[in-house]
Design a protein around this ligand. Structure first.
Ligand code: THU
Length: 134
């Protein structure tokens, strides 16, 4: 499954709209029900409205009614050349936190090696909906 998610993330990366940074990112998000939603980064001339690939995938899935997620694969590179791991930015980690538990898996690929981490590892001691319901 990890290899399939990474392959789909690489395909999604080809759709990136990144005329400013020229750094292309693709993501493939697996629901617990087995569906896969892909996403790419979508930049903006005003820079601030730029949306990362991971959030594109999450927002596509959540807007289709999905709430339970098992894993995401993320790949990225300048001009779409993958030669280093592209770990999710802090904002994307926080969006993952909204819907995912600590065991949510994040698969990275640097063009040759795979690396898998969990959300708990990437966002320890985080703020979440649990804080607001205490
Ligand atoms: N980017 C992502 O798509 N995901 C991340 O987690 C980090 C950064 C995008 C945003 C921007 O279009 C480009 O990469 C350079 O920051």
């Amino acid at each position: 499954m990890r290899e399939q998610l990474v392959r789909m993330a690489v395909e999604a990366m080809k759709k990136a709209y990144a005329p400013y940074s020229r750094y292309r990112v693709g993501a493939a998000l697996l629901t617990k029900g087995g569906k896969i939603y892909t996403g790419c980064n979508i930049e903006n001339a005003a820079y601030g409205p730029t949306n990362c690939a991971e959030r594109t995938a999450f927002f596509k899935a959540v807007s289709e009614g999905e709430r339970d997620f098992a894993a995401i694969a993320v790949v990225g590179g300048q001009e779409g050349t993958v030669n280093a791991f592209a770990a999710p930015c802090g904002v994307c980690r926080q969006v993952m936190r909204e819907f995912c538990a600590d065991d949510f898996e994040i698969h990275l690929w640097d063009g040759s090696e795979y690396r898998t981490c969990t959300l708990g590892e990437l966002l320890p001691l985080s703020f979440s909906s649990a804080n607001l319901s205490e």
